[in-house]
Ligand binder design. Sequence first.
Ligand code: ADP
Length: 218
Amino acid sequence: MKNIILLAPPVAGKGTQSKLLVEKYGLAHISTGDLLRDSLKEETDISQKIKDSMNSGRLVDDEIMIELIKERLSKPDCMDGCILDGYPRTLKQAISLDQLFASLNRKIDYVFYLDVDKEILRKRVLGRLTCPNCKSIYNDQIENMNSSNPGICDKCNHTLIKRQDDTEEVFSVRYNTYINEVEPIIVYYKEHKVFYDIKSFGSAEDVFSKIEEILSFN
Ligand code: ADP
């Protein structure tokens, strides 16, 4: 059983690496961004608050996030290990996650830090297209990453969408928020000896093989 955290700036490829990890190791994929977007399909007291934070690139409150992750981690598919994509994003979330795992007699085994240059990320964000149905990710600005039929998902034929927060302006807020929050999280996981720095400038396959190598040695 493996519990893995993918720690990375926005659009660094957490979603793509998660898919590859799910295919190879059969772990449950927990994307807090997807959970939040799905939660917005129903009108609740807090949905406007969540929507405002997401659309402006700010983080959703820790209290909301901690509850959301607690509920998701209690589901049966997580019992054999999971990939946390987009969580934790603050030190408070990281500490409460350890407490939650400890209460379930489990622990974080690996934190993979996907390190990508800001300029690369900025280019990626502007071309990203996502499938709201099966969550596949495409990019119409990057060779070999577009869908065969423009605007249509190759896997489920659903119409692709551009996320509302994938604009230059919102990306800038998301990136700065990330930089402000990530350092103490890195220090925390280094102290816990589960931190692995993955230089992520190559293709998705190159990045995945670096992750696979670490998983096979430990
Ligand atoms: P990306 O990794 O490309 O920024 P995500 O889909 O992971 O995209 O997240 C989109 C938005 O959802 C974030 O900008 C933030 O507003 C919110 N969000 C996701 N995960 C968290 C979290 N762990 N804590 C607070 N807010 C979060």
